[in-house]
Design a protein around this ligand. Structure first.
Ligand code: FSO
Ligand code: SF4
Length: 548
């Protein structure tokens, strides 16, 4: 069975996975994911009408958001989950349609196949999936723009879901996700109209990151400068990874008094920066590095692991029985911790009991790392930062946010960080930081040379900081600041972050380790000509370009 997926940076040969994903996604799952996205477009066609008619849209809004999130790279590998999502999608689509009919709205005009196809069995789904994949859009530029938009919307969905979990939502964001999905079904849209939608996606990228920032900081306080322990203690423990702070909170609450410690992994590291989590004595620190090293680090952790969102790597047999997943995450054979029911918390008792039977983590590192430089903390230091720039102590900032990954070429980011002159500061967010956050890069007059704002969505903080500096220095253009952008990407949330930066007017972003395989030569040209987007070269050449 064939497949076609090119949504992430590690896509095979830089052009597309066709037999099985480099990520481990099987062809049948890839095809079912395509069919799910296709069916969401049908839901969106009806739901936009429902929105216009003032009918309730909440159930479909939530379902579309969660389903988009579930198709992000490394989130869900479970065929059964996608079969049941597609069945649910067909049912929801029908519900919205019937509600429209009941309200006297005209639905006859909704004729697109995504809104009308039906199927019942897995065989039906597989047959249909074979007809509607990404390559069914023949024009490569249209396909490229449709997919760029879809991936931007997937990232928006992920961030919207985190905010939603904390009780924050915005109708305009739901409506945009659906409008964008519908746009990908419209053969009449011109290239210019699709480009405009991609830019609008950047606007909603900013909006959703701002919403999530508000949700996180209102719930857990503003991240503050923190020293994070990267060593281990002697108690049995749970490792929590992914991005979901609500899971973090409830796990910490439920482990109190059990003798079980909690450590973060990967993108959960920034939980260590939030005041609300510091009060828990059993919250030890961070264990390990970025997501792709989990096959080694989960092994030596010895205790159970809770994966709250992407990025899950297909687990090895040796530790598979210790991996628990929750939320949109899925993998055949892993234990799934059920969702919250109204007013109730998630029940983490099984994983806590499991931890008690395990050995404490094996030490793989010792020491501390520093982080917590989100916008509030940096702006509290603004005078110091501005003074350092004015005095020439700090010559330039390098935004090196984004993702880490397995690709060998990502050594570039470590070498680049090492080669940067001593009067420069790295601003980071996302798991890209693990390429240089343990290097002895020192500080400039007390300001660390690596300022970590947090998770990938906290790239929003970096934008807030840049806009504030622009104001302080009285500049009319954010590109006149002494800030360069050398960003690493992997999955679709990074696409959202990139589009958000473009929307904010940031130019000359260098994107690596490779440019997206889903950019056709013409679309790549538009991005290069209009925004100065470029790839990466050698550390030496790039430094010359940036510092030139
Ligand atoms: Fe990394 Fe994975 Fe946070 Fe991504 S852990 S790669 S952009 O999920 O979301 O930075
Ligand atoms: Fe390939 Fe990436 Fe798609 Fe996985 S998510 S199938 S690695 S392109």
């Amino acid at each position: 069975m064939g497949m076609f997926c090119y949504q992430c940076q590690e896509t095979a040969r830089g052009t597309g996975c066709t037999m099985r994903g480099v990520c481990g996604k099987t062809a049948d799952v890839a095809n079912l994911q395509d069919l799910l996205i296709y069916t969401l477009k049908g839901i969106a066609l009806y739901n936009l009408e429902a929105r216009k008619a003032g009918l309730p849209t909440a159930a479909a809004d939530k379902f579309v958001m969660e389903s988009l999130f579930a198709t992000i790279t490394n989130a869900n590998f479970d065929r059964n989950d996608f079969v049941s999502h597609i069945k649910k999608a067909l049912a929801i689509r029908e519900n919205v349609k019937q509600a429209l009919i009941k309200a006297g709205a005209a639905v006859d005009g909704i004729k697109h196949d995504s809104a009308t196809w039906t199927g019942e069995s897995e065989t039906d789904f597989e047959g249909k999936a074979a007809l509607i994949g990404i390559l069914s859009t023949e024009n490569e530029d249209v396909r490229s723009l449709r997919e760029l938009l879809t991936y931007g919307v997937k990232g928006i969905a992920a961030y919207a879901e985190h905010a939603y979990t904390l009780g924050y939502q915005q109708d305009e964001i739901f409506a945009f996700m659906q409008r964008a999905l519908v746009a990908t079904t419209n053969n009449d849209l011109s290239i210019d109209e699709l480009v405009a939608l991609v830019m609008e996606c950047g606007k909603f990228g900013v909006d959703v990151m701002a919403l999530l920032d508000k949700a996180n900081t209102s719930t857990y306080g503003n991240p503050e400068i923190s020293k994070v322990n990267i060593g281990v203690r002697k108690n049995p423990a749970i490792l929590i990874s992914g991005h979901d702070l609500k899971d973090m909170e409830e796990l910490l609450e439920q482990t109190q008094g059990t003798g079980v410690d909690v450590y973060t992994h990967g993108e959960m590291l920034p939980a260590n920066y939030y005041p609300a989590f510091k009060k828990y004595g059993n919250f030890v620190g961070n264990y390990g590095n970025a997501w792709w090293l989990q096959d080694k680090e989960f092994e030596t952790f010895n205790g159970p692991i809770l994966m709250t969102t992407n990025c899950l790597v297909p687990p090895r047999e040796s530790y598979k029985d210790r991996v628990y997943v929750t939320g949109v995450v899925g993998f055949d054979g892993l234990k799934h911790i059920p969702e919250r029911t109204a007013g109730q918390k998630k029940d983490f008792s099984a994983i806590i009991e499991h931890a008690k039977r395990c050995a404490p983590p094996t030490e793989i590192e010792r020491g501390e790392i520093i982080g917590g430089f989100a916008h509030n903390q940096v702006l509290a230091l603004a005078d110091k930062v501005v003074e350092a720039v004015k005095s020439g102590a700090v010559k330039r900032f390098f935004v090196m946010a984004g993702c880490d990954g397995r690709m060998k070429g990502r050594d570039y980011y470590t070498e680049f960080a090492k080669a940067l002159p001593d009067d420069t500061i790295i601003l980071t967010a996302g798991c890209a930081k693990y390429r240089y956050n343990k290097l002895p890069l020192g500080d400039i007059g007390g300001i660390p040379r690596v300022l970590d704002a947090g998770q990938c969505n906290d790239s929003y903080s970096l934008a807030v900081i840049a806009l504030k500096l622009k104001e302080v220095f009285g500049l009319d253009d954010v590109n006149k600041l002494p800030i360069s952008y050398n960003i690493a990407w992997y999955e679709q949330k990074a696409v959202t972050v990139l589009l958000a930066l473009l929307y904010l007017g940031v130019k000359n972003i260098h994107l690596g380790p490779t440019l997206p395989g889903f950019l056709s030569p013409n679309v790549a040209k538009v991005l290069m000509e209009n925004f100065g987007i470029a790839g990466i070269g050698s550390v030496e050449d790039d430094l010359k370009t940036f510092l030139g």
